[in-house]
Design a protein around this ligand. Structure first.
Ligand code: ZN
Ligand code: ZN
Length: 124
């Protein structure tokens, strides 16, 4: 089974996920824009049992980041772990979004991803 690994910028925090994600998305909402400092977030969700992390993190509204370098990392609870895919060691990743959220906030110069389900706001 495939394992993908990643880390924060400074390397204090490491993550690993096993197998295929449950879903892969992009979100253009204002929360994601503020959190990332960018135009959207690119993430995938794995069952919590397939997710491991080492190193100390801090959380803001359920979103974990490295307190040393500030890299945004993941949101995890007992069921699921949503990983920001920009932290993976391999770039590009082998993962392609299957849906886009909050497309009404998408920058005008970004095209919809071919084949990805489009949602005006959150997933219904
Ligand atoms: Zn760090
Ligand atoms: Zn969002």
């Amino acid at each position: 089974m495939t394992t993908l690994v990643g880390s924060c910028s400074c390397g204090d925090v490491k993550v690993a996920v096993r197998g295929l994600p449950l879903r892969i998305g992009i979100c253009h909402c204002t929360d994601c824009r503020h959190e990332s400092g960018s135009a959207f977030t690119f993430y995938a969700v794995w069952p919590a049992s397939e997710f491991e992390t080492t190193g100390q993190t801090r959380e803001f509204r359920g979103r974990s980041f490295c307190p040393n370098c500030g890299s945004r990392l993941f949101s995890a609870d007992e069921q699921e772990a949503e990983i920001k895919l920009g932290i993976l060691s391999d770039a590009p990743t082998p993962l392609k979004p299957t849906y886009e959220l909050w497309v009404k906030r998408r920058e005008s110069w970004l095209a919809p991803i071919a084949g990805a389900e489009q949602f005006d706001e959150d997933r219904t």
